[in-house]
Design a protein around this ligand. Structure first.
Ligand code: FAD
Ligand code: EPU
Length: 338
């Protein structure tokens, strides 16, 4: 088992670059490590925080808990039939590394999810999504370790109750399990998804003659790199808020008042582009000290260097209030506030 260190800076472990300390810090390379740590009454009693790539959290203060950094590695085909490969990846595998591995082996389904930061194990937490595909579309099952009772449980898609940036692990089962591996169902014959946003345009710009999962991945990477800040350069955690989903009647009222409103039908409801709402409130490119709103994507809050988590949080509260005041719509934070 890896040892448990005290008072460790989490700055290298979160993409906002917040320099807070973990009271205790351990790294787990497998279920055995988790069992060894959590079988001890001392660590059972203390609070814990499971850490992947730290790309979806805002650390607002020192973490007075045991932080367990998930390093569970490995990618392997566990089953194969005429149509699919079933590929299991350790929860600590870097998500984009997993995507590239799938592309290299001709395994289709995750190419639209290229370049999302973080780990495989955090993917199901909020059912990561981008460019028309969500993790649930390629999900087979996952294994998770129960922190208090020490058993490993297999979850099916139904068990996970995936929704838009939602799963059971953010609600009823919050803080109860460590996801240790995820098994994906990947197509042998690709079912290309190019309908979203600028993918088609980007493919044309790149002069792609024959569509492939590699070409889609390259297109997604190009689009993302053109508007999302690279956390290695500017601290951020991607979209800070979710795109709000509103009723058809509220959508109708808003559209009458704001004809340029950007929205998408989502079943009987409508998803509003939160970036547009925030931009309309004048926040895009706003900077106060080192806390700011990205000049190219208003949904992304950034740390230009020395901002504290509290400053970013306060900025997000002001944005929430102004969107509520102008549009009567309540934004919800997507980033986990710690
Ligand atoms: P962390 O930030 O480490 O953890 C997130 C949450 O999951 C925490 O509550 C943590 O305790 C919990 N957790 C982590 N691992 C485990 C585990 N193994 N078991 C149990 N709980 C766990 N997200 C999207 O959906 N789509 C995007 O397009 C997208 N783009 C992004 C772009 C940028 C530039 C950035 C910085 C972020 C973006 N994100 C996006 C958000 C982020 O990449 C994802 O949410 C990612 O899945 C987080 O992974 P992580 O390992 O960094 O999780
Ligand atoms: N828009 C603006 N101003 C802005 C930003 C966006 O007007 O400053 C409008 C534009 O009309 C644009 C539309 O909003 O066309 C949608 O913007 P974009 O395509 O950038 O996507 P998004 O809705 O802002 C969502 C996800 C992203 C994901 C992209 C691509 C959420 C909360 N965010 O962003 O996920 O990468 O779509 O699929 O659903 C994340 O979760 O961290 C994340 C980055």
């Amino acid at each position: 088992m890896s040892s448990i260190a005290e008072n460790v800076s989490l700055k290298p472990f979160n993409t906002f670059g917040m320099n807070v300390q973990a009271r205790w810090f351990a790294q787990a390379a497998g279920t055995d490590d988790l069992r060894e740590i959590f079988s001890q009454p001392l660590w059972q009693q203390r609070n814990h925080l499971i850490l992947g790539g730290g790309s979806n959290m805002l650390l607002t203060k020192d973490v007075d808990a045991l932080v367990v950094h998930n390093l569970i590695d490995g990618i392997s085909v566990v089953l194969e039939d005429n149509d699919y490969w079933y590929v299991r990846a350790g929860a600590g595998v870097n998500w984009h590394r997993f995507v590239l591995d799938c592309i290299a082996h001709g395994r289709a389904g995750v190419e639209n999810l290229s370049l999302i930061p973080g780990s495989v194990g955090a993917g199901p937490m909020q059912n990561i999504g981008a460019y028309g595909v969500e993790l649930k579309d390629v999900f087979d099952s996952l294994e998770a370790f129960h922190i208090r009772e020490g058993y490993v449980r297999t979850f099916t898609a139904d068990d996970c109750r995936f929704g838009y940036r939602e799963s059971v692990f953010k609600h009823e089962l919050r803080n109860q399990f460590v996801i240790t591996s995820v098994t994906f169902r990947l197509r042998k014959k690709p079912d290309f998804s190019t309908g979203y946003g600028a993918i088609q345009q980007q493919l044309e710009k790149m002069g792609v003659q024959e569509l492939s999962i590699k070409a889609i991945s390259d297109a997604v990477i190009a689009i993302r790199s053109s508007k999302l800040p690279d956390p290695a350069v500017t601290g951020n955690a991607g979209s800070f808020f979710k795109n709000p989903v509103v009723s058809a009647s509220l959508h109708h009222t808003l559209k009458a008042q704001f004809p340029d409103l950007v929205s998408y039908a989502s079943g009987s409801e409508y998803k509003l582009a939160a970036g547009w709402l925030i931009e309309q409130c004048g926040w895009k490119g706003h900077r106060r000290g080192d806390a700011g709103v990205h000049p190219l994507q208003a949904l992304v809050l950034v740390n230009y260097g020395q901002a504290t988590g509290a400053e970013i949080f306060d900025l997000s509260s002001e944005i929430l209030a102004s969107v509520k005041q102008k549009f009567g719509v309540e934004l919800e934070r997507e980033v986990n506030i710690i």
